[in-house]
Design a protein around this ligand. Structure first.
Ligand code: FES
Length: 111
């Protein structure tokens, strides 16, 4: 099973996940990395789930059009939209505080 190491606010959270896991879906059903992973739409429209991939990026598929649209130059710095990723290999990622601002827990208005 893939091992996921998730960094947030100076803390490290680690767990194994099933093959073909989507971390936003998993957090949505209150499993790791819940409650630490911040996300919004789950559809690649809000970028709240953006994380920097620290290890394992080579196993991920190329960014899709939603990631290209939402992340722009952040793609070059190793960021991905976690809601667009299904994990098959070990992965280490960081979600920065800056990725979470934009409204005290309110869901974004996805257009
Ligand atoms: S949760 Fe909205 S883009 Fe990933």
């Amino acid at each position: 099973m893939p091992k996921v190491v998730f960094h947030k606010s100076g803390h490290t959270y680690e767990d194994e996940v099933k093959e073909n896991t989507n971390l936003v879906v998993r957090a949505g059903v209150r499993q790791f990395p819940y409650p630490n992973l911040v996300y919004g739409c789950g559809m690649g429209k809000c970028a709240k789930c953006a994380c920097r991939i620290d290890r394992g990026a080579e196993h991920l598929p190329a960014p899709n059009w939603k990631e290209k649209k939402q992340l722009g130059e952040r793609l070059e710095r190793g960021y991905r939209l976690v809601c667009q990723l299904w994990i098959h290999h070990d992965l280490e990622l960081t979600q920065e505080e800056a990725a979470t601002d934009g409204g005290a827990g309110a869901l974004p208005a996805c257009a």
